[in-house]
Design a protein around this ligand. Structure first.
Ligand code: 1GP
Length: 255
């Protein structure tokens, strides 16, 4: 429960936290070393590693080793399949793609991966994963039937089902690199109906988007694509500040 406790403590202290997503396919060792120092300095709370395409266990292992050599943030495995589970991660999102049309992504991969997770002794963070809107590459690879982003009631039913199944996190995934993030109104409605930790990601590029989503009720905001462009340090810092500002506003409102 080490990583889960750390995330909970950080969420309770800050209202909302930011996690940086790194894709093993897209990074060289030198770039990774530099990037993770920037991530740590920005105030981002943890690092997730994963990608929908062209990732395997040895790429994951290599990336995590470099992360660990260069920063102290916990590393959470964000697996796209059974062959992307790494023994070097601190924890794994043990996730089910709830709106996939293929049972493999709902329970098949989890059954195949369970013994590997046990053997590696990874801390499991149980998560319901819901792909919405455009859905990006993960929607295609995971054979999801993406839910329109404004259908907050439908997304809520998936989130509630996840909660009742005992999952402690729900990830509302807009898809990596999409043009618009999930609308804050949708997040606000889901937040009002469920009590699990809400993770929101996909298409967040600017501070005001991150702040609005945190204020609306996202406990965790994930960004990946902004780490692949220019001006990373400035953009990341602004987004992390936005997440914390939004989280604080929500805490103030509820106290
Ligand atoms: C993908 O939600 C994450 O799983 C991150 O999306 O790459 O658009 O930041 P971006």
């Amino acid at each position: 429960m080490k990583v889960e406790k750390y995330l909970n403590d950080e969420i309770e202290a800050k209202g909302s936290i930011h996690i940086s997503l790194l894709d093993p396919e897209k990074l060289t060792p030198t770039e990774t070393a530099k990037l993770v120092r920037i991530i740590e300095d920005s105030g981002s709370t943890a690092i997730m590693v994963g990608g929908s395409l062209n990732v395997n266990e040895s790429l994951m292992d290599d990336l995590i080793k470099i992360i660990k050599e260069n920063c102290d943030l916990p590393v959470i495995n964000f697996p796209s399949n059974v062959n992307t589970i790494s023994r070097y991660a601190d924890a794994i999102w043990f996730m089910s793609l709830l709106n996939s049309l293929n049972p493999y992504f709902i329970i098949g991969a989890q059954v195949q991966g369970a013994a590997i997770v046990k053997k590696y002794g990874l801390e499991t963070l149980p998560m319901g994963y819901i792909v919405v809107g455009d859905g990006g590459t993960v929607g295609i690879v995971g054979q999801a039937r993406p839910i329109p982003p404004h259908k907050a009631e439908v997304i809520t039913l998936y989130a509630l089902a996840a909660q009742y199944l005992g999952m402690r996190y729900v990830y509302i995934e807009g898809g990596s690199g999409v043009s618009e993030p999930v609308p804050p109104d949708t997040v606000r409605y889901v937040r009002s109906q469920v009590s699990v930790r809400l993770v929101v990601g996909g298409g967040i590029k600017r501070r005001e988007q991150a702040e609005a989503l945190a204020e609306a009720g996202a406990d965790i905001i994930v960004t990946g694509t902004i780490l692949e462009g220019n001006d990373i340090e400035k953009k990341l810092r602004e987004i992390v500040d936005g997440v914390h500002a939004g989280g604080k506003k929500r805490m103030r409102r509820s106290s």
